[in-house]
Ligand binder design. Structure first.
Ligand code: TRP
Length: 374
């Protein structure tokens, strides 16, 4: 097992994926894939996790499974190089999660900041009318999803998890579960994962087109990977910039100005030679904006061109892929079968370590026979 690089990550199918997902994690996945710098790579659709807070709306999850699969394939994930699967089709994951539940306390789950903020965001209200975050109206499935996420990761012995910053607490919790499991049941059984975050800080949490901290479907401030060129144009042109930059000649702010944040996330120096030779690089352009004399529309036009460079091929691939939807399900089915084999082998290791492999344990059977023969 030493030094093997096993990459695993997934997304909840609660909507189409947007450029926040792209810079936060999808781009890293495609780069790793294309560099070939890994032993195995798994990318999956976390439908079971999505159901923990959409259990009343299974149709939404069902519809978005194929949307996310199309997004994966259209950004360039290649099923011949990456095992793509659907979480719910791997029953071994629930099996692992059940055993891991013994290793995690309620207090530890309550300290998970992502779970805490998600509970507030989703408005899970306490049954007892109180106002504490972890009220008795909180569904147990949602509360414990970090444990199921630990199962997702460890089932494949993944050591690298490309994901957004919000997933950091999940990986930390997984590491704790791995350590606890190994210390109780046998060192070396499970593998500790590490998160892989984007290197550029603008990509850590891409704001919405309205300047709000997060791109989110419910806020209607997303640029989707599947947006048409016309939608992209409309969204870029109406993006939030600097409310104090009223006239072109006014000095402007680039901090908190999402046109510049998106440029930070997407542009390279070469783009300037190509599309805006007045500047050698983004810093020069920012300097001009700060000084005054550079208009928002000009900045937005540049951003649109740069975004299109990434999104146009994605769009075109998607159009092709949409012509054969049964083939997409077939990819997911094959991937799920392959993933299941890997997870089953880990479950076997886990059960051996926990000594709940009765029928394979000849020594146990012999020992018990001797005991009762006396
Ligand atoms: N929590 C992730 C999200 O919100 C989805 C996910 C489930 C995941 N299991 C995972 C991500 C394991 C990385 C590794 O999209």
């Amino acid at each position: 097992m030493e030094n093997k690089k096993i990459i695993l990550t997934g997304d909840r199918p609660t909507g189409r994926l947007h450029i926040g997902h792209y810079v936060g994690s999808l781009r890293n996945r495609v780069n790793i894939q294309n560099a070939g710098d890994y032993d195995k790579m798994f990318v999956f659709i976390a439908d079971a996790q999505a159901l923990t807070d959409n259990f009343e709306n299974p149709e939404k999850v069902r519809q978005n499974v194929i949307e996310v699969a199309l997004d994966y394939l259209s950004v360039g994930l290649d099923p011949s190089k990456v095992t793509m699967f659907i979480q719910s089709q791997i029953p071994e994951l629930t099996e692992l999660a059940f055993y891991y539940m013994n290793l995690v306390t309620v207090a530890r789950l309550q300290r998970n900041p992502t779970v805490k903020s998600e509970i507030k965001m989703r408005g899970f209200t306490p049954e007892d009318g109180g106002d504490q975050v972890f009220g008795s109206g909180l569904p147990v499935g949602f509360f414990t999803y970090p444990i199921s996420q630990a199962a997702d990761i460890t089932a494949f012995k993944a050591n690298v998890v490309p994901a957004g910053e919000d997933q950091k607490p999940m990986i930390e919790q997984t590491v704790e579960i791995v350590r606890k499991f190994n210390s109780i049941y046998g060192e070396g059984t499970l593998v500790e994962p590490e998160i892989m975050l984007p290197s550029n800080s603008a990509c850590l949490r891409l704001p919405g087109t309205d300047g709000k901290a997060k791109m989110s479907k419910s806020l209607g401030n997303c640029i989707y990977l599947s947006d048409s060129a016309a939608d992209l144009h409309k969204k870029v042109m109406s993006m939030y910039t600097d409310p104090t930059h009223l006239n072109v000649a006014d000095p402007g702010h680039v901090e908190g100005n999402c046109v510049f944040t998106y440029l930070d996330a997407f542009c390279h120096d070469e783009h300037f030679g190509l599309y805006m030779p007045d500047y050698a690089c983004l810093d020069e352009m920012k300097e001009h904006y700060r000084r005054g004399g550079l208009g928002d529309v000009k900045c937005k036009k540049l951003l649109e061109k740069i975004l299109n460079e990434t999104l146009e091929p994605v769009r075109n691939r998607r159009t092709e892929l949409e012509k054969d939807i049964p083939a997409i399900y077939e990819i997911l089915k094959k991937g799920s079968e392959a993933a299941r084999e890997v997870a089953a082998s880990t479950v076997e290791d886990v059960k051996n370590a926990m000594k709940i492999n009765y029928f394979k344990d000849a020594e146990l059977i012999r020992g018990q026979a001797e005991k009762f023969a006396k």
